[in-house]
Design a protein around this ligand. Structure first.
Ligand SMILES: NC(=O)c1ccc[n+]([C@@H]2O[C@H](COP(=O)([O-])OP(=O)(O)OC[C@H]3O[C@@H](n4cnc5c(N)ncnc54)[C@H](OP(=O)(O)O)[C@@H]3O)[C@@H](O)[C@H]2O)c1
Length: 315
């Protein structure tokens, strides 16, 4: 093992956000990346990682012994897993326990969320699970960093949140349309994590990081400017109506992914899940993309015949 490098174990590196994290960690000098891969889940993308010098370790959050071998000799553990309580709580607590027993210097749980310390959460919701794990991390004494970033732009501006459908050109909103919420592109959050994991100043801190703070009306205006075409706005009701609507859906859908995204958005629009200390200045050198830049890379003016080939995505 290279004793000069900081050895970082990434768990969940095969996921949507975890893949971005692996890329961000790979370009940072001085880090040797280890990625935990579940048995039988080897993928082609992992061959690329192995070619770049990443150490692939077989294991699962369900298997404590595999976690002991995976954390042996590593300096830091980053989790980017997703799933139900058996993964997010039981699995991550097993990982934390292995990290504690092996003297790991930094633990970053799989948060990347709005402010789950303040937001309203129901039992077994992702926000409640983040909170439960965070409390255990603090109690464990393992040095840690919690990362809060609002909602991923890729999620909030997609049909998954059931607000914006930018392809079809409409926004179906709740509230006045002027309530602010925090958005950050996944690749920017990944760069922050890759920096924080080796930064002593991030030790035992909650880092709040946002690419942009916007309202539905502001996003609509940016869309209209970039697209040269009005965005049809459909009023769906007050925030209280949204809360009632989600309460009905919760019992009917057993908390599907888009239900959880809408719940998170409600917690932001109502102000409870908003980031209060997101100091753009502290992380300004990372230049996270704004909503305008994000949409600029994805939207093209109607009727521009060259746009298909010229549009490039920054995040
Ligand atoms: N702020 C936001 O808007 C937002 C939006 C989405 C997600 N997030 C957060 O981002 C994080 C990652 O979410 P994601 O959507 O990227 O997740 P994802 O794509 O579903 O990936 C989940 C990862 O967890 C791994 N995993 C699941 N069960 C495991 C186990 N028992 N042992 C080891 N690994 C296991 C998966 O491995 P396999 O490949 O082997 O299945 C995969 O690598 C979560 O904390 C989520 O809450 C935030």
């Amino acid at each position: 093992m290279d004793t000069e490098a900081t050895h970082v174990l990434l768990v969940g590196g095969t996921g949507r956000f975890g893949g971005k994290l692996a890329s961000a960690l790979l370009v940072r000098p001085g880090i040797h990346l280890h990625v935990l891969v579940r048995p039988g889940k080897r993928r082609e993308s992992l061959t690329g990682l192995a070619d770049q010098g990443v150490t692939l370790v077989e294991g699962s959050l369900q298997d404590s012994r595999s976690l002991d071998s995976a954390v042996e000799g590593v300096d830091a553990v980053i989790s980017a897993v997703s799933g139900g309580p058996e993964v997010m709580v039981d699995g991550q607590l097993r990982l934390l326990d292995a990290a504690r027993r092996h003297g790991v210097m930094r633990f970053i749980p799989s948060d990347y969320s709005l402010d789950f310390f303040q937001a309203g959460a129901f039992e077994d919701s992702p926000l409640a699970m983040h909170r439960q794990v965070a409390e255990a991390v603090v109690r464990s004494g393992v040095r840690h960093t919690f990362i809060l970033c609002g909602t991923f732009m890729e999620v909030a501006l997609s049909p998954l949140a059931r607000v914006f459908d930018l392809e079809r050109g409409h926004a179906a909103y709740w509230g006045t349309g002027d309530e602010p919420f925090d958005l950050t592109a996944m690749a920017d959050v990944a760069r922050l994590v890759a920096e924080a994991v080796v930064d002593r100043r991030a030790e035992n801190r909650t880092l709040e990081f946002t690419g942009d703070v916007v309202t539905v009306n502001e996003v609509s205006r940016v869309y209209e400017e970039l697209r040269g075409h009005p965005l049809q706005r459909i009023y769906r009701g007050t925030l209280e109506d949204l809360r009632r609507h989600l309460a009905r859906e919760q019992s009917a859908t057993d908390s599907s992914r888009d239900f959880l995204v809408q719940w998170g958005l409600l917690e932001q629009l109502s102000g409870r899940g908003r980031l209060r200390h997101a100091a753009r200045t502290e992380h300004a050198r990372l230049h996270p993309v704004t909503v305008r830049e994000y949409l600029q890379a994805r939207l093209r003016p109607l009727g521009d015949p060259w746009a298909e080939t010229s549009a490039t995505a920054r995040p």
